[in-house]
Design a protein around this ligand. Structure first.
Ligand code: GLU
Length: 553
């Protein structure tokens, strides 16, 4: 009786060998320094901020090095599966512009030639590897019942020993081959365990690209590698997948650091080079002065849907993730205002070791900066998409008045210090409603008149303005010159300075008069550049506004 006989008994239908798979999935034809990364979530139906950050970094590193970024669905734990769990993940990634080079693209489709990329479809591949491990005496069947495992545990607790299946506690390790063979033949239930060659007294050092060198005792646990349902455990599946998919860098959350001794051992038992590891600290949040992990349950901003509903552009979220990913990014972006994330070179050494602090306010600020730097047409297209989903009324207006809306969004844009009004698309309507007659008519109007607030005087000024001084063709200088003339006609100083020198000679000054025009047209005392607003509204709308004012003020 040999290990091979046992392996053949367990896997009678496995005829391929590891070499066959190595040929099917050859070393990738990529430049030497190209990085191959993967995002490997369970199909839970959504991506939260922490895993989005990991996916973002994985994508970025692959992109920077002309490597490959792929999506692998880790569904060997069938209990964690949810309906349409893959689609939720691919949608979230797509919404954030994290495009994959290979991997699952829906519940049923995938792309790339290193698949299948869904673990439950890789059973035969795993079995080939497990068979090999058994043949080589590196794995064995374990028949322990739940009660037996509980007994082992109690004994360990009593003796204050480490908990687990190892050393003298690893009962089934000692079962003679013949017996194991017979018991399987007799139909007894079993799982497969690794026969760990590790010695807990010895130390290993693993280099982590974020955390530096980490020292651990060797793994001596005979961990389960195949469960009763015939599926491998996560540890074993990831070994097979990362090897055959030719991953070079495993980037993931640092909850996996403690598994490193097992993972490093598995790679070494297979006789292949260990991969590079980068373990990322979780995103933190300050809650009443206490730092804690950003939580799916407690923090709405941990869910991707939050950004979608608020209309925070995905690029802004990515810029923010980049600031969390690399501590030197923000400074770089400030100095390179016309550049994008793609132009920035990511580096592992600049990942924050302690975990970035999630700060929505900062994200909104970044979003404001971003939205102020893009072209009005680009802004418009995204706004249309947002409104289409969340605000039908506004959507119809901005589509009907397309050029008008782009003109509006273009006010004080494309200049050295562009105006920063908007942090999200959901805020736009509330900031610009007064520009659209349809909204103006029904909006509650609280005119914010300042120095000049006598209704008759205001109406006189406005009527004079539209009848005598308004001309659509005026450039900004001519327009302002005319406002000065209007001021003079009504007894207001042409210049603020003149007024300050002789306040008794005037009713006020040109600034007060422009304020009247601003508020009469918009109800607001603070708006973007008035000349641009007038230019967009044009005569008919202005006359309508004067009528509204008569009625409502
Ligand atoms: N499937 C694992 C998870 O859900 C992935 C761990 C890894 O990236 O190796 O977190």
């Amino acid at each position: 009786m040999t290990n091979k006989d046992l392996a053949d008994l367990i896997f009678p239908n496995i005829t391929k060998t590891i070499e066959d798979y190595e040929k099917m999935y050859p070393k990738r034809d990529l430049p030497d320094d190209a990085v191959v990364t993967r995002f490997a979530p369970s199909p839970t139906g959504f991506v939260h901020m922490g895993s989005l950050l990991a996916a973002f970094i994985e994508k970025k590193v692959a992109f920077d090095t002309n490597g490959v970024f792929y999506l692998r669905i880790e569904d060997t734990d069938q209990e964690r599966k949810v309906e349409n769990g893959i689609e939720g993940i691919t949608t979230d990634l797509k919404n954030f512009g994290i495009t994959i080079d290979e991997g699952a693209i829906s519940e049923t489709e995938e792309k790339g030639s290193y698949g299948p990329y869904i673990q439950s479809k890789r059973k035969e591949i795993y079995h080939t590897f497990i068979k090999y491990f058994i043949e080589k005496g590196m794995a064995y069947p374990c028949f322990c019942s739940k009660e037996e495992l509980d007994d082992i545990r109690s004994a360990q607790e009593r003796r204050k020993d480490r908990i687990g299946y190892y050393g003298r506690y690893a009962k089934c390790r000692k079962i003679p081959l013949n017996d194991a063979y017979q018991r399987i033949k007799n139909g007894e239930e079993y799982i497969i365990r690794l026969k760990s060659p590790g010695d807990f007294e010895k130390k290993i050092v693993v280099k982590d690209l974020v955390k530096g060198n980490i020292s651990f005792p060797e793994n001596d646990m005979d961990i389960v590698i195949m469960k009763k349902d015939g599926l491998p455990t996560y540890h074993f599946a990831h070994l097979v997948d990362d090897y055959l998919m030719r991953t070079t860098h495993i980037i993931r959350g640092d909850e996996w650091v403690s598994s490193l001794p097992v993972h490093v051992q598995l790679f070494s038992m297979l006789g292949v080079k260990p991969l590079k590891y980068a373990h990322i600290s979780p995103i933190m949040k300050e809650d009443n002065g206490v730092k804690r992990k950003l939580s799916k349950r407690k923090d709405p901003e941990a869910a991707m849907s939050y950004y979608h509903e608020k209309g925070i552009p995905t690029e802004a979220v990515k810029l923010y993730l980049m600031t969390l990913a690399n501590t030197n990014f923000e400074q770089w972006w400030d100095a390179n205002k016309d550049k994008t994330i793609d132009d920035f070179k990511f580096s592992f050494s600049k990942i924050s070791k302690s975990g970035g602090l999630f700060d929505v306010e900062k994200l909104m600020n970044i979003s404001k900066n971003y939205l102020s730097r893009i072209k009005a047409t680009e802004f418009y297209d995204m706004l249309v998409e947002y409104a289409k989903e969340y605000d039908k009324e506004f959507y119809e207006l901005i589509v009907k008045y397309k050029d008008f809306t782009i003109g509006l969004l273009n006010i004080e844009r494309e200049q050295k210090k562009p105006r920063k009004d908007y942090a999200s698309f959901s805020e736009v309507k509330e900031l610009v409603w007064y520009m659209y007659d349809e909204l103006f008519e029904k909006h509650e109007k609280a005119y914010e008149f300042k120095e000049i607030n006598d209704k008759e005087e205001i109406l006189r000024l406005m009527n004079a303005y539209i009848e005598k001084y308004y001309d659509e063709a005026d450039d900004q200088q001519t327009w302002f010159e005319k406002i000065k003339c209007l001021s003079e006609e009504f007894g207001y100083a042409r210049e603020v300075k003149e007024y300050k020198e002789n306040p008794d000679n005037y009713k006020g000054h040109v600034g007060d008069v422009s304020m009247v025009i601003r508020v009469a047209l918009t109800t607001k005392s603070m708006t973007p550049n008035l000349y641009d607003i007038i230019k967009l509204l044009k005569k008919d709308r202005i006359i309508k506004r004067i009528k509204e004012l008569e009625k409502n003020f």
